[in-house]
Design a protein around this ligand. Structure first.
Ligand SMILES: [Zn+2]
Length: 327
């Protein structure tokens, strides 16, 4: 079943740049977590290269798209190795980028929105930041509190605004693409920021070379959890129109770009979706097959790093990370 055919007319304008040049759908399925067999019709904007779902098609059931095991947790005796690897990647990728934006030794008060298992908050605290995280998933918050006790909120941004919380820096790693009405959300975040204040936003790049290469099989589209699959153009347009000033853009992510290539090429090796499917079928991941698959995946990811570096050098990397400020 294609959900867009449920009687709703096609959108006439792009929800981000308002261009009328909207069309050429792409039909996507949940290839990785398989929470549903449905097909979803995404629309594309010829002006800003956004690929988007009609919000009304999924708005009431977004929470059902996130399977058990979606957030990383220790599963077996090999998990410590995987955890070390994940921490190394976050430290040398997202955290390194954030630290490059602030003065050395400055104790910046920061908030990671959509903090998931809390890895970033834990590592940011170790690096000397006054870090907090927030997530609306109770499962994610439970995991994150183990890593960063007393530092994780289970609430919305509106709750934090009402408590008069303020942060100098807010990070949104792979979060904006999951939201309905991202313009309103980003505009509202200004109330959580000090003046001056900054925002780091990272999303998969739907206009990347690997997205073009793999098409509907690209890992970064993550249908139907992603409502908005941004290009760098659509993300910059969104942030600018929400009142932010663009300061820095990068297209390479050590953690994500090669991983997206590897997972698109061999979906069955993708560690997270493999765990989720194992949990669903047997109640727990396979003890022998999982480590072997993870080693294969790791090798594939290493081999894909030069490809990821090449496409990023062309400004067509698999992720876009933007630092914006408000004064
Ligand atoms: Zn557009």
């Amino acid at each position: 079943m294609i959900t867009q055919s449920s009687g709703r007319p096609d959108p006439t304008h792009c929800p981000i740049c308002n261009s009328p040049h909207v069309g050429s759908r792409m039909i996507l399925r949940d290839r990785f977590f398989k929470v549903t067999d449905e097909e979803f019709a995404y629309h594309s904007c010829a002006n800003c290269r956004l690929l988007f779902l009609d919000e009304e098609v999924v708005r009431d059931r977004l929470s059902t798209f996130y399977p058990e095991g979606y957030w990383w947790r220790r599963e077996n005796r090999w998990s410590w190795l995987e955890e070390k690897y994940r921490q190394w990647m976050v430290s040398h990728d997202q955290l390194r980028f954030v630290l490059s934006l602030i003065q050395r030794g400055e104790k910046v008060r920061c908030l990671d929105i959509g903090c998931g298992d809390g890895s970033f908050v834990e590592l940011a605290l170790r690096a000397g930041l006054d870090a907090y995280g927030v997530d609306q998933s109770r499962d994610a918050v439970q995991l994150a509190l183990r890593r960063a006790p007393g530092r994780i909120y289970c609430s919305s941004e509106q709750d934090l605004i009402q408590k008069a919380e303020r942060f100098q820096l807010i990070t949104l790693f792979h979060t904006v693409e999951h939201m309905v009405d991202p313009f309103r959300y980003l505009k509202n975040l200004q109330k959580l920021l000090t003046r001056p204040g900054g925002l780091v936003v990272q999303v998969p790049n739907g206009a990347s070379l690997q997205a073009r290469l793999f098409g509907s099989r690209w890992y970064g589209f993550d249908c139907p959890r992603h409502i908005y699959n941004h290009s760098s153009d659509s993300l910059l347009y969104l942030l600018s129109s929400a009142g932010y000033r663009i300061q820095r853009i990068k297209y390479f992510s050590l953690r994500d770009n090669a991983a997206a290539f590897a997972s698109s090429l061999f979906p069955s090796l993708d560690p997270m979706s493999s765990k989720v499917r194992s949990l669903r079928s047997k109640g727990r991941p396979g003890r022998l097959t999982e480590p072997i698959k993870q080693m294969l995946y790791f090798g594939l990811m290493l081999a894909a790093q030069p490809v990821a570096a090449f496409e990023s050098a062309l400004g067509r990397g698999a992720t876009v990370t933007v630092y914006v400020t408000i004064e």
